[in-house]
Design a protein around this ligand. Sequence first.
Ligand SMILES: Cc1cc2nc3c(=O)[nH]c(=O)nc-3n(C[C@H](O)[C@H](O)[C@H](O)COP(=O)(O)OP(=O)(O)OC[C@H]3O[C@@H](n4cnc5c(N)ncnc54)[C@H](O)[C@@H]3O)c2cc1C
Length: 403
Amino acid sequence: MSLATPYTDKTDEQKAICEMVRQFADEQIIPNAEHYDGADEFPEPIVEQMRELGLFGVTIPEEYGGMGLDLTTYAMIVEELSRGWISISGIVNTHFIGSYLLMKFGTEEQRQKFLPRMATGEIRAAFSLSEPELGSDVQAIKTSAKRVDGDAYEINGQKMWVTNGLLSSLVFVLVRTDPTADPRHRGMTCFIAEKEPGVAQGTGAYAGFDVPPKIRKLGYKGVESTELVFDGYRCPAENILGGEEAGLNRGFSQMMDALEVGRVNVAARGVGIAQRALELALRYAQERRTFGKPIAEHQAIQFKLADMATQIDAARLMTLRAARMKDAGERSELEAGMAKLFASETGHFCVEESLRIHGGYGYSKEYEIERLYRDAPLLLIGEGTSEIQRMVIGRKLLQRYKA
Ligand SMILES: Cc1cc2nc3c(=O)[nH]c(=O)nc-3n(C[C@H](O)[C@H](O)[C@H](O)COP(=O)(O)OP(=O)(O)OC[C@H]3O[C@@H](n4cnc5c(N)ncnc54)[C@H](O)[C@@H]3O)c2cc1C
């Protein structure tokens, strides 16, 4: 009899998809990650196979060509992809957020225009809030848009840390449209900025939209993170998310809503990388011998393995609980924030413990754990740092349990 709790129970469909993605990770991602990480090269052959498997359309409704699956199933898939390499989940992550924004807030025309091509992965989406001078303080955004003649808005300013910034065709970008708004968040709009993928300097309809060379990073290689420079880029008013009438100055709340599902997604990535770190530690601990026996037989090592496995179990339960609550239409900001905080810290904890178990070899590029150790810290930062998660959790607690 299965001892699985309802949170981890999988339907037959979920089991089949997770097995397929796990096999894909074992056969295609893990054996090739070292090469693409070392060269910091976009893993196009892996991405092409992901297109064939339909992984860019997991949550997009069937009527737009996707699989129409829920956030819970998506979180299970993201865990498997991240167990392979978190850069691979990064390639779908911003795309998933973009498709969520279109499904929840887009006009029917916008959905028809973008979702079918997004579902196949023909076009991919990026998500841009951060700027050189801000990340946590989203309300301080300076990039601005002004209405100009001919039904367009002119965007000026600079964005920072845009994952998939170069190779995406669409960027969901939050900019200031009313500098006098008080509170500040009421003066922001989300534009769907179109561009040619892979082109650093926009021309023609995309003139004034440039992508500087990718940022060199500690880890999370293969997927590009870039700045974006808007210098007089004209975005048609019809590309305001939700249309001009409904969407103008509504961007902040739209983006914050999307971040909630984004947090479940990052939590799933934390579980995936932690799971891989544990697998590597379990294997190495049974192979490596010191003082006449496998290190796995030393109690200190067993305690590390026990702590890792316990935290992973808790992180997975929290992640799936937050996803299931969202799918059931319940308010889940608190649970999503707690899952993101705990699972990303678990990812970081587990890669460090696994590295320690590997001893000196953990510090060598010959061993996979070295890459995981460089990759994991991103999860503590992206989509809200651990400090910001604690602020969100504290605020939501006080709202929920108002005295
Ligand atoms: C590889 C990578 C990919 C990314 N991809 C994207 C992307 O696709 N799109 C995007 O928009 N952004 C992206 N980001 C940006 C990311 O979201 C920000 O880096 C993050 O939100 C933190 O912002 P910051 O770096 O400006 O740090 P800051 O906001 O300057 O914070 C610096 C430190 O101060 C702490 N801090 C800030 N405010 C408070 C407070 N009130 N109380 C206590 N502590 C505080 C923070 O927790 C942090 O420790 C990416 C970042 C990285 C590294």
